[in-house]
Design a protein around this ligand. Structure first.
Ligand SMILES: *Cc1c(COP(=O)(O)O)cnc(C)c1O
Length: 431
């Protein structure tokens, strides 16, 4: 019988994360301080927990997943199935074999719980009482609110006003977990006050919200900051996605020719792709990696240079493909893809020629139509960000049909869209 779902048992869940740093063809350019102003590097221990900083600087190839984190992963529904998209294949009449990883089976709606859980756990372990963070689309804020609630610490979320203004349900979801939610820019920080003076209706951006959350964490005791993407420790935690997927492909007796996901800061793309990228670097597999982006924030098409991670220049400089840390990016429904730069690790892989990009128009009609095709053939409602991943997989499958190629394609569906129906309504003109 043809199998459609590849599930792993509890025991088969990975017990360590994979760190690609020792396997990169060239050393990752380290973070550094700008030439003038106070040291941002020296301030890192004030804003991050010890466990997180250790992971950020880690040089080991494998990092054990603490037992308590493994238990929380199980509670959050890991391992997640790998699903053969037979309905979509049939609809496209493609010779390609399509598989998707189901990160949408997440209690809060996205893959972001994979790093929220260890971040909250390390903070708690160190006796921290409160975390601060920013959120764009709202998925990261919800994931960290969930994790903080499970381990028993408080959370303050600075939420980009462009998204918070139309996503009431998400605000309530975060509040249900006990989080305090401020629209960003907010009157609660100096940087927020300054932006509001210039424009009381300022719609905010992810890098402004990061500045607010960092300022809050740095100026309060017993408080650490959590970041949902971009940094090495986040990508390390997210490799649980790709490590599971590799095991699932072993069971399926297949190996992907093409690995696809959407890319904002790079955490879900990296989570899926990094374990396969290691095979390409070390074992000569010729797997292709495609990052799907929005024209609103095509950061991988930017310049590869040292840039700040936030608007107010509080972070160290990171070597990344960037559009510039103060660049204006139009608001889109897939707000989680709207960040000015791509993770240093993904940027390095791109620089080595390992990552291709596909960029979809910022009106988003194209991707929402393909998300609808996925809904009608596979039955799951994807997050707007995941619609980009689905669109890229569909485009590749159509290319396979044209060239009569029987490729194996895997794509990540990073989240569900249950809280994004107004995006669907607007983009697909639903009544
Ligand atoms: C945040 C988010 C993204 C984009 O962030 P990455 O770090 O690039 O993964 C994509 N999909 C969903 C569902 C998200 O919540």
């Amino acid at each position: 019988m043809k199998r459609d779902r590849y599930e792993l048992s509890k025991e088969e869940m990975p017990d360590r994360w994979y760190n690609i740093l020792p396997d990169l063809p060239n050393p990752l350019p380290p973070p550094k301080d700008p030439e003038s102003g106070p040291s941002r590097m020296d301030r890192l221990p004030d804003v991050f927990s010890k466990g997180v900083l250790e992971h950020e600087m880690c040089k080991e190839r494998y990092v054990e997943i603490p037992k308590e984190v493994r238990e929380l992963y199980l509670q959050s529904g890991r391992p997640r199935p790998l699903i053969r998209a037979r309905g979509l294949e049939k609809k496209l009449n493609t010779p390609a074999k399509l598989y998707y990883k189901s990160e949408f089976y997440s209690p809060t709606g996205s893959h972001k719980v994979n790093t929220a859980i260890p971040q909250a756990y390390f903070a708690k372990q160190q006796g921290i009482e409160r975390m601060t963070t920013e959120t764009g689309a709202g998925q990261w804020g919800t994931a960290l609110a969930y994790a903080c609630s499970l381990v028993g610490i408080d959370l303050t979320v600075y939420w980009v006003r462009a998204a918070s203004s139309w996503k009431l349900g998400r605000r309530n979801f975060m509040q249900l977990y006990g989080a305090e939610v401020h629209d960003s820019p907010s009157p609660h920080t100096d940087i927020g006050k300054k932006m509001l003076e210039d424009d009381p209706e300022h719609e905010g951006s992810l890098n402004i919200a990061i500045s607010e959350a960092l300022e809050d964490a740095a100026s309060n005791d017993n408080t650490v900051y959590g970041l949902g993407s971009v940094l090495n420790h986040v990508l390390l935690h997210q490799t649980v996605i790709g490590l599971e997927t590799k095991k699932q492909f072993e069971v399926a007796e297949e190996y992907p020719d093409t690995v696809i996901s959407c890319l904002g800061g790079g955490s879900n793309f990296g989570g899926l792709a990094i374990p396969f990228a290691a095979d390409r670097i070390k074992n000569g597999h010729d797997t292709k990696f495609i990052a799907a982006q929005s024209q609103a924030a095509p950061n991988l098409e930017g310049t590869y240079e040292y840039d700040f991670g936030d608007y107010a220049e509080q972070t160290p400089l990171l070597k990344m493909y960037t559009l510039g840390h103060q660049c204006a990016m139009p608001s889109i429904k897939a707000d989680g893809l709207r960040y000015h730069a791509a993770a240093p690790i993904i940027s390095a892989l791109k620089h080595e020629g390992l990552v291709d990009t596909i960029i979809y128009p910022e009106d988003e009609e194209y991707v929402f139509k393909r998300a609808k095709m996925f809904v009608q053939t596979e039955g799951f409602l994807p997050a707007p960000e995941s619609a980009y991943s689905i669109a890229a997989a569909i485009d590749e499958a159509r290319e396979c049909k044209r060239k009569k190629e029987e490729k194996t394609i895997v794509f990540n569906v990073s989240g569900h869209g249950f809280m994004d129906m107004s995006g669907y309504r607007e983009k697909l003109s639903l009544g």
